[in-house]
Structure formats: C-alpha cells, structure tokens
Design a protein around this ligand. Structure first.
Ligand code: CA
Length: 166
C-alpha cells in the first residue's frame, strides 16, 4: 500500500497522467475490461442472468488480442476438462444474423467459426466457443438449452488523475 502510494505520488509530481483501472475481486483484467469465468454450467439464458446479477453481460469475442487472451485461459481450463463456454452472441431474432448481446450490433468481419459452423439452423441460436482438435479456439452455434461454463464481461472502472503543475 505504502509503496503504491509512493509510486503514485512520484508519478503525480512528475506530471504523468495516472490511470488506475480496477476490477471486482475475483475478476481478471485485460485491456481495461474485467472478466469472470463462471464456475458453474448453465443454459445460455441463465448464464446471461447470472452475468447481469454481477452488472455485466456474456462476453464478446470480437478482436484478435482478446481472442488470444481467451485462448491462453481456455488452454488451462481445457486440461481440467472445462472446455466449452458460452459467449454473448446469438441469432435468436433473425436466423443466421448473429449479433453481440452487449451492443446489439451485428458480428463484424472478425469471426472464429469452426469449420462447417454455424450449422444448426433455427434449432441452434446461441454462440459458444471451445478448443478444437487443432488446439484452435473456435465458435459454434449451440442449442441455447445446453449447459456450459460462461464468461462475464464488464468495463474496468478507471480513475484518471492529471495533476496540474504550476
Ligand atoms: Ca441459428
């Protein structure tokens, strides 16, 4: 505590802008977002409800840096036989028009569908990801009633302080 306060004071008097990002206890921070790896298996809807209870939502997987971050974690979970996680993507409203739950926006050009996916038509409207046989982290469309682990996401709270140097 004392050491971090000294560092903060040093940075403040040096004229740096100090940004302190924080996540709730038990959440993992990456790129100013906080992630909670749900330890229970739930349906997609129940997973989403649980995320909302934690002021968050089922995570997106919408850029390469974040995908690589998830890949590292799922590599570890995979060895514990926890291999399959819900994502916050769905095509429940219009078949084959996949949208991110967080923003309601269409899934962009960055996609990680496994070969032959999505293949479930109107019976599979919820997105999950898992490590395939090639050790790639890939998406598939699943029945929303399936029970999987899940990842919640929320922005890290940041306190920005830019000291005025007289
Ligand atoms: Ca579908």
């Amino acid at each position: 505590m004392a050491a971090s306060w000294l560092l903060y004071t040093y940075l403040a008097f040096s004229g740096f802008v100090v940004v302190l990002s924080t996540c709730p206890v038990g959440w993992i921070e990456f790129d100013q977002e906080c992630f909670l790896f749900g330890s229970h298996k739930k349906t997609w809807n129940d997973a989403e409800l649980d995320c909302r209870k934690h002021s968050s939502y089922l995570t997106t997987d919408d850029n390469q840096e974040k995908h690589d971050f998830f890949h590292k974690f799922l590599n570890i979970f995979h060895s514990w036989r926890l291999g399959h996680f819900w994502l916050g993507g769905a095509d429940q409203v219009i078949e084959n028009q996949w949208r991110w739950l967080e923003t309601g926006t269409a899934i962009g050009s960055t996609t990680y569908w496994d070969q032959g996916q999505p293949d479930g038509n109107s019976s599979a409207n919820c997105m999950s990801f898992y490590m395939n046989a090639d050790n790639d982290l890939v998406w598939r469309d699943d029945r929303c009633s399936g029970h999987y682990n899940y990842i919640c996401e929320q922005p890290a709270t940041s306190n920005t302080s830019s000291p005025v140097i007289g």
